[in-house]
Design a protein around this ligand. Sequence first.
Ligand SMILES: Cc1cc2nc3c(=O)[nH]c(=O)nc-3n(C[C@H](O)[C@H](O)[C@H](O)COP(=O)(O)OP(=O)(O)OC[C@H]3O[C@@H](n4cnc5c(N)ncnc54)[C@H](O)[C@@H]3O)c2cc1C
Length: 399
Amino acid sequence: MAQAIEDFDVVIVGGGIVGLSAACVLAPMVKRIALVNQSPASAWSAGSDYGLRVTAVNLASQKLLAEIGVWKDIQQMRCTPYHDMVVWQSLSDAEVHFSANMTGHTSLGTIVENNVLVQALTLHLKTLTNVSCYEPSSMQNFSELSDNSVLIELENAEGQSQRLTSRLLIGADGVHSKVRSCAGIATARQDYQQSGVVCTVLTEKSHENTAWQCFSEEGPLALLPLAAKQCSIVWSLDTAVAKQMLALSEDDFNARLSAASEYRLGGLQIASKRVSFPLSGSQANEYVGRRVVLLGDAAHAIHPLAGLGLNLGLEDLRCLQQLIQSSDRELGSERILQRYQRARKTENSAMQKSLEAIDKLFRQPQPWLRQLRSIGFSASNHCKPIKMAFMRRALGIPL
Ligand SMILES: Cc1cc2nc3c(=O)[nH]c(=O)nc-3n(C[C@H](O)[C@H](O)[C@H](O)COP(=O)(O)OP(=O)(O)OC[C@H]3O[C@@H](n4cnc5c(N)ncnc54)[C@H](O)[C@@H]3O)c2cc1C
């Protein structure tokens, strides 16, 4: 027997942090929402080891999560605010020190495990009576049904199909977005031929609730504070070098990592398994189609060196929320979607290009460039307007 087609105002494909946040943000604004997610994230439990994927959540994202009503839950689960950020060039005295003291805020951001974010949002979603979850279930295809609705085809884990209709389809299904490809939207991809090596380490010295980032010709290394004397690292290396790092014995890895961090936090000792993620950038040619909008990594992916990828995805969501709220147009109208695209695409694309340029610049070994970078660091460290401009962008809020 054919299954009944269910009708929604908004169907969101993707239950990552952006898709879950989108369901929570839009729930008070529209009548019926469906969230379709292919693979549920593993649950977080108190007392568990730190998850390997963590995010530096900036102040703008914290505000959005607080408005949803989950920021307090996240704080009670597990997270580490950081009030300072030190960025330096290896083998030199060149460094820039950013401090919350300059901003009127108590922190510059918070390090949160991705599993904690997903869990807090999922628990909140369960309290929303107008959101239906299809999980595990994947979107297979969609087509235009009429001028104001799309027909979406799903398949669940047992291979059964299900059809939904919606006035707006949100693609928050990550970098390999099926929504994007089914909408016929091409994407420009940059394979950085790098991998991000990620693990948890014990530090000899206190991390001082500071996010540390060293730029070297090998690639940027970030030490993100967790509990006392524990950090999560993201080390962006050429893929061949990353492979070697994963294959090293623990002692050799500890020695290489401690040397790469120039012993800022003393010796570092691995405290988890090591994993790596291939790094690539992407920019969808369009962020919208008829009755379709892309959010987060489905629209754009950037180098992780500034810890901004997810934060930009939540800025996309904030923008869409404001456009829907302030418009008297119907949800999914061409005008709202075009305004969204204009507001977000230029900004995200500029960020992607700037990060690629920074990464490239710091990997150049020429001595004159090293000298030039040192001058740039020193100027930035002593020039308050430059520092404030960097912080405004990183924190995502006016200062
Ligand atoms: C090493 C590393 C460190 C990073 N650190 C930071 C940081 O500090 N700060 C920061 O802001 N960003 C950071 N990022 C970037 C950030 O992780 C991503 O931008 C963010 O996770 C993207 O979230 P998303 O919800 O858009 O996509 P995803 O997390 O990829 O979620 C996509 C979801 O869609 C689902 N899905 C896919 N296809 C389908 C389908 N056909 N049907 C149904 N569901 C589907 C998947 O199951 C998944 O749940 C980092 C990235 C890396 C690689």
